[in-house]
Ligand binder design. Structure first.
Ligand SMILES: [Zn+2]
Length: 281
């Protein structure tokens, strides 16, 4: 009887054994979970290392480059700006390249360009890039134009009265105008400094309103987008008239753009209180 009973119970035992072996062969769910946990740990480690690396990079940049200049060559890509004897965008890129070269040669400046040469980028995108880079100043380069070619000279547009960065922008604008005047430019209006506003019209469009820098009224109008949201001096310059022969010959040739860049560079040094680098022959 005992033997018979044993045979009756034997098959279930045999069934259990293969099941147990199968579980040994097949990776149990717990093991899979452990692998996933390992991946997460690796990912976390990579993120920590990346964070440390990026932090180190920022610290390095801070000490290697005490100053950050945000540089905007106006227009670009599909938007060529004003057309005259030369195109505005040619002038803006030529001057921005020359200024960037001077700042890099100096060695103390991190230069953040709002766009690549030839690239189409909206004002909002450019401005966001500048805001992210926490610059010490913003310079946007443009050129003027008119219908009959009679207009001439330099003018610049700092962040307008009422904006948090107005005072420092006005100081920087005064230095830009002063160094450009030394370079031989004729200043437009009272002192080459104006404030620009967009006045909303009934039909939904906006009309540009320009006032002299002596008008410190706080208008509730919008201003140039590139000057906004940054916690530093921000100025837009109109280097010369691309429609005026004399202006183009002075500040719209390769040499003229380099001359303007030199003046902007001198203004940047003075504004930031950075000693000029000794020139080596
Ligand atoms: Zn322009």
């Amino acid at each position: 009887m005992k033997g018979k009973n044993w045979r009756e119970f034997a098959p279930p035992e045999k069934q259990r054994r293969p099941l147990y072996r199968q579980s040994e062969i097949m990776p149990p769910k717990r093991k899979r979970r452990r692998r996933r946990g390992g991946l997460l740990r690796k990912l976390l480690l990579v993120m920590i290392l990346f964070g440390l690396g990026y932090g180190g990079f920022l610290v390095y940049q801070h000490f290697a480059y005490p100053y950050t200049v945000a540089l905007d060559a106006g227009h670009g890509g599909e938007d060529g700006g004003a057309q005259g004897i030369i195109s505005e965008v040619w002038l803006t890129e030529e001057t921005a390249d020359a200024l960037e070269a001077l700042l890099k040669e100096d060695g103390r400046f991190r230069v953040v360009r709002s766009r690549e040469n030839g690239e189409t980028k909206s004002i909002t995108e450019r401005n966001r890039k500048f805001v992210r880079s926490s610059p010490d100043l913003v310079l946007s380069i443009h050129a003027n134009a008119d219908e009959d070619g009679s207009g001439y000279g330099f003018e610049c547009y700092p962040a307008v009265p009422g904006m948090e960065n107005h005072e420092e922008s006005l100081s920087f604008a005064r230095l830009l105008a002063s160094h450009m005047e030394t370079a031989g430019v004729r200043l437009r209006g009272e002192d080459g400094i104006r404030f620009g506003y967009y006045v909303p019209q009934e039909d939904g469009s906006s009309q540009k309103m320009l006032v002299e820098s002596s008008d410190e009224t706080v208008y509730e109008y919008d201003t140039f987008g590139i000057l906004k949201n940054v916690d530093c001096a921000a100025v837009l310059v109109e280097q010369c008239f691309v429609t005026n022969e004399s202006d183009v010959s002075l500040f719209g040739t390769e040499e003229g753009c380099r001359k303007a860049a030199q003046a902007y560079y001198a203004a940047i040094l003075e504004y930031l209180g950075a000693e000029p680098v000794a020139q080596t022959e």
